[in-house]
Design a binder for this molecule. Structure first.
Ligand code: CMP
Length: 424
């Protein structure tokens, strides 16, 4: 795998000092590359100290953990991927905690904090951690994916439906962050893993860029400029031409070549399209789907495999991608499910044992979500939780209705049978 990286931090046209900081560490891969952008908050240059402490702290700690990341290969199991996501979360959290401590120990540093987006690049994948409103984007083919979600009051209000996009220019608290490193000893950190592909461009930036350029325009500009270094300069120039009211920092990582994936890969766009086609996730936006994808794992089952056994404890929800499964109860066939169907959700919701057995009628490919991850997702994001639980409810409601019709038909058949027996 080969990568190339470029980056620059610019003062902008209004600010007197640059409170952004970044790290670009781009050795031949494997082992690991590290890219960080941080945007400090706090007057009198203290924001600059916070962002510098963050990038240095992450870099130092990640160097100590580089071996763990270097072991990652695409065919690694999900435990290893989870372990590395947790390791990254811990490293980033410790860097934030040091900022908090410094702000407590030195009166003049009180209140300093910083945003931070961290990308650790390994063989055929990136691990991402972030809090605040600096962003990571992926430009792949004809799509741009915003991989991080802004932790700002404006975004919170948007998600809660209290304001809409048109209200944003007049929203009075655009600068207020709901999460930042250093604001308290520990904060919630979002993490994500994305499989890389040759041709990918990962863009990390502070809000000095994305306040002026985002989404579609980022894609158009990327397509119009093959040279990475020039692309970074064009982005910074465009932000300055439109006002440059804040410091502008851009780090660009390009995956120039990559060996054929050893494990089966599903293109990110196809995964998003597929997940959105599912009843369960149809209300989700791209970022919410990316969060779901973090906790989803693919597994293959052979024909005849018992996936769920009635009466046993259930810890997983399954979504069928390919093949068919039979749902049975005490040996009686209830229904055959095909691609797009999900099963195993009941035990996740009411915490009891499995209500039926499910076995693979044909060879089957499944997406699996483990209960603990599912619960975390729901507790972390209430908007997402409401969407998910609403879909579940509609689905279960549909099943109850189908069952009622079946019971009614059975009752009619039974009544007919009784009449027949009484006559004979
Ligand atoms: P759970 O009880 O967790 O495990 C067995 C699963 O089979 C159950 O969740 C449902 O997802 C699924 N299931 C049970 N009964 C039916 C049915 N009548 N139609 C479709 N799916 C069902």
């Amino acid at each position: 795998m080969q990568i190339r990286a470029f980056g620059r931090s610019d003062l902008g046209r209004v600010r007197e000092s640059n409170e952004d900081n970044m790290v670009i560490e781009c050795p031949p891969l494997p082992p690991v590359g590290l890219f960080v952008v941080a945007d400090g908050v706090g007057g009198h240059k203290h924001g600059e100290i916070a962002s510098k402490m963050f990038v240095d702290g992450v870099q130092e700690r990640l160097r100590a953990s580089a071996d763990a990341f270097a072991r990652y290969r695409l065919d690694c199991d999900r435990e290893m991927r989870d372990e590395l996501l947790h390791l990254l979360e811990k490293v980033v959290d410790q860097a934030g905690c040091s900022i908090y401590k410094a702000s407590q120990d030195h009166a003049q540093l009180q209140g300093m904090c910083t945003t931070g987006v961290v990308v650790v690049m390994v063989d055929q994948g990136v691990f991402i951690a972030h809090a605040g409103d600096s962003r990571a984007y992926l430009v792949r083919g004809d799509q741009t994916y915003q991989l991080t979600e802004d932790h700002t009051l404006a975004n919170r209000f948007l998600k809660d439906g209290l304001i809409n996009r048109e209200d944003l220019p007049n929203f009075p608290f655009t600068n207020v962050l709901t999460r930042s490193f250093g604001s308290s000893p520990h904060i919630d950190i979002d993490t994500l893993f994305v499989q890389t592909e040759a041709g990918d461009r990962f863009i990390l930036c502070s809000d000095g860029l994305h306040n002026y350029i985002e989404g579609e325009e980022l894609l158009t500009m990327s397509k119009g400029c093959a040279d990475g270094r020039q692309f970074v300069e064009q982005l910074i120039s465009a932000a300055n031409e439109r006002g440059g009211e804040d410091n502008i920092t851009v780090a660009l990582v390009e995956v120039t070549s990559q060996e054929e994936a050893k494990a089966p890969t599903v293109d990110l766009n196809r995964q998003i399209i597929f997940l959105r086609s599912l009843f369960l996730f149809r209300e989700f936006n791209d970022q919410e789907l990316l969060r779901v994808m973090r906790i989803i794992y693919t597994e293959r089952r052979a024909r005849g495999d018992v996936i769920i056994k009635e009466g046993t404890e259930g810890n997983e929800l399954y979504i069928l991608i390919e093949g068919q499964v039979d749902v049975t109860l005490e040996g009686e066939h209830l229904v055959t499910l095909g691609p797009g169907a999900h099963f195993g959700e009941l035990a996740l919701i009411d915490n009891t044992t499995r209500s039926a057995s499910v076995s693979a009628r044909t060879e089957a490919t499944l997406l699996t979500i483990v209960r603990a991850d599912f619960n975390r997702l729901i507790y972390e994001d209430q908007v997402l939780a409401v969407k998910l639980l609403w879909s579940f409810l509609q689905n279960v409601g549909g099943r109850v209705r189908e069952l009622s019709i079946e019971v009614k038909n059975l009752n009619q058949q039974l009544a007919g049978f009784r009449t027949f027996m009484n006559r004979t």
